[in-house]
Design a protein around this ligand. Structure first.
Ligand code: ADP
Length: 261
């Protein structure tokens, strides 16, 4: 039946037989598709009013000398609308990736060039943090993939390291060939994450310390985006971390995704 969706499992049955189990997951898939659509539509609809509010906020003349209360309220409104904008943008990115049918073997991504740009952005973000950020990138190491998605995954991991490392930290970013393929890794000597939290970190809106993470302006969707991007590229996120010593976030793109340079 073309209108039905099934999930199949094959199991051994006795010495000589195999058992094929088909589960009808039509309803579950439909509900899942509805949920994704709903999130995408709501995010899209919220974008316009928010753009209008941000636009007017920029033009509001507030004299902080004359009216400090008003200035304080104005700053808070600006910060919160920015937060809401980040959240909506991330929800849209996530919806797009979930719905993406873009084939990964059709485009070559010049990762070293992309990482150069990311390094500049990380250094800009680093202005008031004073970390030592070093990129160790092997020249010419290009891969097949979706550029916007890979950029989003790498920048989320790098910006998190900048945010969650106390000032004056050390952050190293690697893009290097290994036996299995190419490995991207971000290592920081920041606050680290306890084992209890590691398994749930890539869930939507999951945060170790909600109040503090919010102050970073993040949406709580960053690692969820990374997880989806990697699954689209047949990879997965590897996290290792020690509290108060630092964390490593890494992924390997399979050798098959290596593009000749
Ligand atoms: P956000 O940063 O917007 O809160 P993320 O999904 O990117 O959301 O990250 C989820 C949580 O994982 C963060 O709130 C933070 O608690 C933790 N985290 C992510 N990266 C690091 C890191 N490099 N060091 C310590 N904690 C981290």
């Amino acid at each position: 039946n073309p209108n039905k969706t099934f999930e199949y499992r094959i199991m051994p049955y006795g010495e000589e037989h195999l058992l094929l189990i088909a589960r009808d997951i039509t309803r579950i898939s439909q509900l899942e598709a509805m949920r994704k659509d709903f999130v995408a539509n709501v995010s899209h609809e919220l974008r316009t009013p928010l753009t209008v509010i941000t636009g007017y906020l920029e033009f509001l003349p507030v004299d902080s000398q004359e009216n400090p209360m008003m200035a304080k309220a104005f700053n808070e409104m600006t910060a919160q609308t920015q937060r809401m904008q980040n959240l909506i943008e991330d929800l849209l990115v996530l919806s797009r990736i979930e719905a993406s049918s873009e084939r990964i073997y059709e485009h070559v991504v010049d990762m070293p060039v992309m990482l150069q740009q990311l390094e500049r952005e990380a250094q800009a973000l680093n202005k008031d943090k004073g970390h030592t950020i070093t990129f160790h990138v092997t020249d010419g190491l290009k891969v097949y993939g979706v550029e916007t998605e890979l950029r989003s995954a790498c920048s989320n991991l790098v910006f998190n390291a900048v945010h969650y490392t106390p000032p004056g930290g050390v952050i190293d970013v690697y893009w290097q060939q290994t036996a299995e393929g190419v490995r991207f890794c971000v290592a920081d000597n920041g606050e680290g994450i306890s084992q209890a939290h590691l398994a749930r970190l890539t869930e939507r809106f999951y945060r170790v310390d909600k109040a503090r993470s919010r102050k970073t302006g993040g949406s709580g969707l960053g690692l969820s985006i990374v997880k989806h991007v990697l699954s689209h590229h047949n990879s997965q996120l590897e996290i290792s971390s020690v509290v108060n010593q630092g964390s490593q976030f890494a992924f390997v793109l399979n050798r098959e995704l290596l593009a000749a340079s």
